[in-house]
Design a protein around this ligand. Structure first.
Ligand code: C2E
Ligand code: MG
Ligand code: MG
Ligand code: MG
Length: 282
């Protein structure tokens, strides 16, 4: 059973459903109901200034606790939501919830920013900017504290239209970040043409920086390039002190990862912000 094998309900379901199609269909049915059943929630993952050790932002990450299957990872249901178009209401729910939570975090006195992941399908819809603006208006959120995380593959296919879209987004007062940098498109020319603020180095490059010369060379090169282009750099997936110290030495601006904490529900984040001094990292 689930307990003796150490697997949760979802993992067992995953294992049992050899036919991918029926698995997909079942998940799709469940996902349609997830929003109305309040099965989705957000957790927040701090982004820390490498020098001051201040928490400058948090990244909103969606979670799904399905009634019978339990926790289903976003790497499973985000692609499914994109295939079925469910991503648009889902994405709007995420953005609105993240804005509301940012407002309540600001009321408690900590003026951090909120990083929000954007889905490719939502981004490519004609109404994307309008729907985003509606949420900003409705929640009255401080847009200069909002950072949208985009991926390279999302913004590359339509480079000309994309510049236009990104400029319009910037006019809303928000910041733009490239997520999973280094894993996507091979052309780098967009980095100077697009109005970007931050690069997030993909965690696969951070893994070996304390051990493998190749990985640390890539990370050093990305940091240097970002500085030249006036972009801030976040290292994702920082799990230990060695990696943190290495990144600090290379003048990486911010770190994010399990070394600081796991992603936290809002009430735990508020407690962390309240007690945070960064001391445990030094
Ligand atoms: P991402 O945006 O690159 O998010 C970073 C992922 O790495 C998160 O996984 C986070 O929990 C994980 N992570 C952070 N630090 C560490 C670390 O030190 N070690 C390890 N091993 N992992 C770490 P998560 O939450 O499972 O999300 C996976 C992906 O799903 C995200 O990658 C993002 O692409 C997508 N996603 C998550 N939440 C949302 C959302 O609200 N909206 C959209 N559109 N996509 C989302
Ligand atoms: Mg992200
Ligand atoms: Mg990432
Ligand atoms: Mg990633």
């Amino acid at each position: 059973d689930a307990k003796s094998s150490g697997k949760n309900q979802y993992e067992l379901f995953h294992q049992d459903m050899h036919q991918d199609e029926s698995k997909q269909m079942m998940l799709e049915t469940y996902l349609r109901k997830a929003l109305e059943r309040n099965e989705l929630y957000l957790v927040y993952h701090p982004i820390v200034d490498t020098e001051s050790l201040e928490i400058v932002s948090v990244e909103a990450l969606v979670r799904w606790k399905q009634k019978t299957l339990g926790d289903i990872p976003p790497s499973e249901f985000i692609p499914l939501a994109e295939e079925t178009g469910l991503i648009v209401p889902l994405s709007e729910w995420i953005i609105q919830k993240a804005c509301e939570d940012l407002n309540s975090i600001h009321v408690k006195g900590t003026k951090i920013s909120m990083n929000i992941n954007v889905s490719a399908l939502h981004f490519n819809q004609d109404g994307f900017i309008k729907s985003l603006n509606e949420i900003f208006q409705k929640t009255n959120v401080s847009t200069r504290h909002i950072v949208l995380e985009l991926t390279e593959s999302m913004i590359m296919p339509n480079a000309v239209e994309t510049v236009d879209k990104l400029v319009k987004l910037k006019q809303l007062g928000i910041k733009l970040s490239i997520d999973d940098f280094g894993t996507g498109y091979s052309s780098l020319s967009y980095l100077s043409r697009f109005p970007l603020d931050t690069l997030k180095i993909d965690q696969s490059f951070i893994k070996g920086i304390a051990m493998y010369k190749e990985n640390s060379s890539i990370v050093e090169a990305i940091i240097m390039m970002a500085k030249r282009l006036n972009l801030n750099v976040v290292a994702e997936g920082v799990e230990n002190k060695k990696q943190y110290e290495r990144l600090k030495k290379e003048k990486c601006d911010y770190i994010q990862g399990y070394y600081i904490t796991q992603p936290l529900p809002k009430h735990k984040l508020l407690a962390l912000l309240h007690n945070w001094e960064g001391n445990n990292l030094i």
